[in-house]
Design a protein around this ligand. Structure first.
Ligand SMILES: *[C@@H]1O[C@H](CO)[C@@H](O)[C@H](O)[C@H]1NC(C)=O
Ligand SMILES: *[C@@H]1O[C@H](CO)[C@@H](O)[C@H](O)[C@H]1NC(C)=O
Ligand SMILES: *[C@@H]1O[C@H](CO)[C@@H](O)[C@H](O)[C@H]1NC(C)=O
Ligand SMILES: *[C@@H]1O[C@H](CO)[C@@H](O)[C@H](O)[C@H]1NC(C)=O
Ligand SMILES: *[C@@H]1O[C@H](CO)[C@@H](O)[C@H](O)[C@H]1NC(C)=O
Ligand SMILES: *[C@@H]1O[C@H](CO)[C@@H](O)[C@H](O)[C@H]1NC(C)=O
Ligand SMILES: *[C@@H]1O[C@H](CO)[C@@H](O)[C@H](O)[C@H]1NC(C)=O
Ligand SMILES: *[C@@H]1O[C@H](CO)[C@@H](O)[C@H](O)[C@H]1NC(C)=O
Length: 476
């Protein structure tokens, strides 16, 4: 009697456990529980970890500059191809806290400014800010382009001769980045009072913010977490049509992003590009022991308008550039600046072929962002962009000699971040926990199956030993 009771209990239990496990899988209770917990934490609210990380991101962000030193200026002026040598990195630690934080609309939105401060890191650099770089004279090229055919043409040409300025010149790294007083601009200010005599690729960018942002906090909808609603008072919907120099859907370097799927299109705002670009899933990898999805901008982001009509905003008068280049002249005060990937990676081959010293490689020159899919936390990212100047022969200016039409590379940046060890450990813990929690229903199903097997084995055994066991029963 005892034995058969046990046997039945085992059978019933195995069925109950099996049903419970399957029900858990079907209703996804544990997934929902986990998602709800993450949703609760992924909100910008005074006191949450997400808020602290958004306000002052813990992992260090580094901005690295690589300059191209021109070795054959005379030959270039007589029509030969430029030969350049890459120098750097010149590395800066980037501090980017949110300031002037102001919660609005019952905590569904938050306004803030995001000033960036750059501090030179000699130990992570090769060379110093005093290194001399020979490169294109961007102020002169801008003035020549802008004023050719006007009354200022002769004046600019004469001033360049008297100042000994040419199409190429030498400057210190620190000057090229953070600004210097340009002699030509200074003299021309007499004729154009509104002209700023200073020039630098990052002039006035240290410690200054680029206007007020309004972010969604994610309180209403966690998928809106840290998404930009307004920038400088303009809604994201207006930007594309009214001002090409703005972003569309930006997360603006946010540390968190809603739980990520492989099909997601990530919008990344880039003030260097004056617009947002998007990235799509590329591969799975592990960063500091944390599983991650790698997202990279598809080649269509930089494609010509035939391939990607979205880039039409960057054509002027039907004059479009080839694949791999973006004309950002409109957002750089008319300077003939053209953006590309470093070494013209993924651009039309002719651009790299035009310059001796270009060696585009995927690992070194692509932009990539690695995100932990469970939490949406960015574990590693590298934004890589090259600044080029459009150079052409201008007959009114003898300074341009016989130069061929060139997209001339000045420098490129690698703005990168890697999760710090402490956060990585914490994240590993969360991922392990989540894996255990998500696997609970399957463990339960396994248990059910195991009990079922035990039940079947017992039944079989009883069947086999049945004749002997029944005898005493019959005789009594
Ligand atoms: C967050 O709360 C702390 C203490 O409760 C307070 O000092 C701080 O000003 C608050 N921050 C914001 C942005 O409201
Ligand atoms: C804020 O919440 C209060 C009360 O819940 C509500 O009356 C008010 O309309 C809300 N305001 C906004 C801007 O959502
Ligand atoms: C930027 O500003 C900070 C603080 O004012 C200063 O420490 C740092 O040296 C500056 N960086 C550059 C490149 O001038
Ligand atoms: C760059 O080239 C110029 C001109 O040839 C040279 O004087 C300078 O030392 C070079 N810079 C570095 C850092 O090698
Ligand atoms: C921006 O996001 C909104 C809502 O998420 C979406 O409807 C819109 O299509 C996005 N804009 C672009 C240009 O992708
Ligand atoms: C755009 O690129 C495609 C593919 O590279 C090429 O076939 C097409 O001719 C290009 N269009 C223009 C206008 O340059
Ligand atoms: C870049 O755009 C500017 C104005 O937005 C235009 O004047 C210039 O010709 C364009 N450059 C090239 C190379 O297409
Ligand atoms: C940034 O990119 C450059 C080249 O693309 C690479 O040499 C460098 O190691 C990268 N820096 C970081 C911190 O990943």
């Amino acid at each position: 009697m005892m034995k058969s009771c046990c046997t039945y209990t085992t059978g019933v239990l195995s069925i109950i456990i099996l049903i419970a496990g399957i029900a858990m899988v079907v209703t996804q209770v544990f997934q929902n529980f986990l998602n709800n917990r993450i949703k609760r934490e992924v909100v910008l609210e005074n006191g949450t970890e997400a808020f602290a990380a958004w306000q002052d991101p813990p992992p260090p962000v580094y901005m690295q500059f690589y300059f191209f030193n021109l070795t054959n200026p005379k030959e270039v002026l007589s029509g030969e191809r430029p030969a350049v040598v890459e120098l750097g990195p010149y590395t800066y630690r980037e501090y980017r806290p949110m300031e002037g934080i102001n919660f609005m609309d019952n905590g569904t939105k938050v306004a803030a400014v995001n000033p960036k401060t750059y501090v030179f890191e000699p130990n992570m650099s090769r060379g110093s800010e005093d290194d001399i770089i020979r490169t294109a004279n961007i102020p002169a090229m801008t003035l020549m382009e802008r004023f050719q055919g006007t009354w200022l043409e002769r004046i600019i040409s004469d001033l360049m001769i008297s100042e000994g300025e040419g199409l190429f010149g030498t400057r210190k790294v620190g000057e090229l980045l953070w600004g210097y007083e340009d002699p030509l601009l200074k003299l021309l200010k007499k004729f154009l009072p509104s002209l700023d005599p200073n020039f630098g690729l990052f002039y006035k960018m240290n410690g200054t913010d680029d206007g007020e942002y309004v972010f969604y906090t994610g309180k209403q909808n966690y998928q809106d977490f840290a998404r930009v609603d307004l920038w400088r008072g303009q809604s994201s919907l207006d930007w594309w049509t009214t001002d090409q120099c703005n972003m569309i859907n930006g997360t603006n370097g946010a540390t968190f992003h809603p739980i990520i799927a492989k099909t997601e299109k990530l919008y990344i705002f880039s003030s260097d590009l004056c617009r947002s670009i998007y990235a799509t899933f590329e591969s799975e990898l592990s960063v500091m022991g944390v599983p991650a999805y790698r997202f990279v901008p598809p080649s269509t982001v930089f494609a010509n308008t035939t391939v990607n009509p979205d880039n039409a905003g960057f054509c002027v008068g039907g004059n479009c550039l080839s694949s791999g280049l973006l004309n950002v002249s409109v957002c750089k005060q008319g300077a003939p600046i053209i953006m590309s990937s470093p070494h013209f990676y993924e651009a039309d081959e002719k651009f790299a072929d035009d310059i001796f010293g270009m060696r585009p490689t995927k690992e070194e020159h692509q932009t990539a962002i690695d995100i932990n899919p469970l939490t949406g936390i960015v574990v590693q990212a590298a934004k890589r962009l090259q600044v080029n100047v459009y150079i052409e022969k201008l007959s009114a200016f003898s300074q341009t000699g016989d130069v061929r039409t060139l997209v001339y590379p000045v420098m490129y940046i690698n703005e990168s971040v890697l999760i710090d060890e402490e956060s990585a450990k914490k994240l590993q813990g969360v991922v392990t926990q989540a894996n255990v929690v998500i696997n609970v229903p399957f463990i339960i199903i396994g248990l059910g199956i195991l009990l079922g097997v035990v039940f079947i084995v017992i039944i079989c055994r009883q069947e086999r030993s049945a004749p002997e066991e029944r005898q005493p029963l019959l005789s009594s």
